[in-house]
Design a protein around this ligand. Structure first.
Ligand SMILES: [Mg+2]
Length: 238
């Protein structure tokens, strides 16, 4: 199979962002006058449960009638997303947060070879674009062939929808795509879409099961730089 499209997850894959989510929740609690602070372990315990359960928990602390749940949840989600984007873009702009090793180099190689790159993120689209611009600059961000985000699909990873949508946007068959992911549920989404999956686990996902990954690397730069030829081999050899 030819290698026709690289699709990358954002959170955890391009940037080690999971702890920024935890810090954004803690800032949200402060704004709401809720005296809770989630430690890393508190947050890890909650990551195992998918589907908005964290905001359900926050809502339960607010003593509001159940009829207000959806409205309040949406508002909390927006506030927390804004705090998250602010923390990340501030740190990126001040040099306190860097892209994960090898990502910029690999994206550059793929782009220079004329192969499109798309983003498939569960994050809200406006937030994803703000983070991508702060991480890569305007030019590379504008060059992405598609940015598919949370509101573009009704089913989240591990459902393959977001990756299928990215391939469809670019007009490439799923069998010619390689996805970069950092978590087990992200990998299952990619494989479920019929794509190859390069996994580079993030800090919070080191214990996930990646036995089905096409390739797993703790770092894209170590022990040797993983490049365009390696991505091509993933499609030829599997
Ligand atoms: Mg991720």
């Amino acid at each position: 199979m030819p290698f026709s499209l690289l699709i990358s997850d954002l959170d955890g894959t391009i940037l080690e962002t999971e702890d920024y989510h935890r810090r954004a929740y803690n800032l949200l609690f402060k704004k709401l006058d809720i005296s809770v602070v989630w430690t890393k372990q508190d947050y890890i315990d909650r990551l195992g449960v998918m589907g908005g359960s964290k905001l359900r928990e926050v809502f339960s602390w607010m003593n509001l009638p159940e009829t207000q749940y959806f409205k309040v949840r949406n508002d909390l989600y927006q506030q927390k997303t804004n705090l998250y984007v602010e923390l990340i873009t501030t740190d990126l702009n001040h040099g306190n947060l860097s892209l994960r090793p090898g990502i910029r180099r690999l994206f550059g190689e793929v782009k220079d070879a004329g192969i499109p790159i798309a983003i498939g993120s569960a994050c809200e689209k406006a937030a994803a674009k703000d983070v991508l611009r702060a991480a890569f600059g305007d030019d590379l961000t504008e060059s992405f062939a598609a940015i598919c985000a949370g509101e573009d699909v009704s089913r989240k990873k591990p459902d393959p929808s977001i990756y299928l949508l990215a391939a469809e946007h670019v007009g490439v068959p799923p069998s010619e795509c390689v996805v970069i992911e950092d978590t087990g549920h992200g990998m299952r989404a990619a494989l479920g879409a019929g794509m190859k999956c390069l996994v580079t686990p993030s800090e919070y996902a080191l214990d996930h099961d990646f036995s089905k990954a096409t390739c797993e690397r703790i770092s894209l730069d170590d022990p040797s730089p993983l490049g365009l030829s390696d991505l091509k081999l993933m499609l030829e050899n599997h």
